[in-house]
Design a protein around this ligand. Sequence first.
Ligand SMILES: NC(=O)c1ccc[n+]([C@@H]2O[C@H](COP(=O)([O-])OP(=O)(O)OC[C@H]3O[C@@H](n4cnc5c(N)ncnc54)[C@H](OP(=O)(O)O)[C@@H]3O)[C@@H](O)[C@H]2O)c1
Length: 266
Amino acid sequence: MVGLGTRDLIGQRCRKLIASAVHMGYKLIDTNPIFKNDHMIAEAVKNSKREDIFICTKVPASSLDYNSAFDSVEKTLGNFKFDYLDLVLIESPGKAEIPGHRRCHAKYRAETWRALIEMKQQGQIKNIGVANFLPRHIDEIWDKYAMNPVANMIELNPFCYEPEVIEYHKEKKIQIIAASPLARRSKEIWNLPILQELKVKYKVSKAQVLLRWAIQKGAVVIPKAKDIQNSKLNCNLDFEISPEDILTIDALARNMRLGWNSATIK
Ligand SMILES: NC(=O)c1ccc[n+]([C@@H]2O[C@H](COP(=O)([O-])OP(=O)(O)OC[C@H]3O[C@@H](n4cnc5c(N)ncnc54)[C@H](OP(=O)(O)O)[C@@H]3O)[C@@H](O)[C@H]2O)c1
């Protein structure tokens, strides 16, 4: 499945792009209160049937406690003027750096998870999940609440790929949502000769090779594109990368992380 990332998308451009993307058939739209684009997305989808839109949003790292999680979700619901949100993720296993709170991440994420469970029971949220959680953070909430997240949004692209993490999510039936699946178009990845070779071999774009690779790893991808033509290409992934070529791409892994690194969060 392909969704639309919306980091850095605001204003008229955001409205136009989302409206065109929905018209093209995009259903999943990923956002975050810190992107400050809820109103623009809401405006762009206002004529769509509610069930044709799937909003994935987050409780941001700064709102990681029981009451703040409720406040955050209520605010988002108000911004969208929706009765429910389709998927809400805890943005990070760690509360954003606040002096004195550094040792309490486990307590805050557990409280936030409890708040999400309650909001799911009350019907404000259909599905609850996490982002940037390591397997040990997920095991911990399972031990406490016996409820796994339906999804974990983690950075996934050939430079940020750990086979054991993919296996863990498969085994637990937790859907990976690939953040930064195009590695934010970083030159290191974009200029690789192998990417050029595969682009020619499969008669697609470099972006399509990267997105198809992540999908064959079992992930949902949410590339962000300001360009409507790119959004069109990004959802056209009806081809198959051969197992040999998948292995070649796998071998590019180098633990390069562009976004969150949760390794230090206890
Ligand atoms: N939960 C989290 O912690 C987290 C972290 C990171 C990202 N995310 C989510 O994941 C989404 C995607 O990640 P991202 O925004 O970091 O980066 P990304 O999707 O990996 O890369 C975006 C870059 O790729 C370019 N691009 C898109 N389609 C292209 C195409 N077909 N050909 C060439 N270039 C193309 C875009 O250009 P233009 O913009 O100029 O079109 C932009 O520069 C975010 O928007 C956000 O929703 C979540």
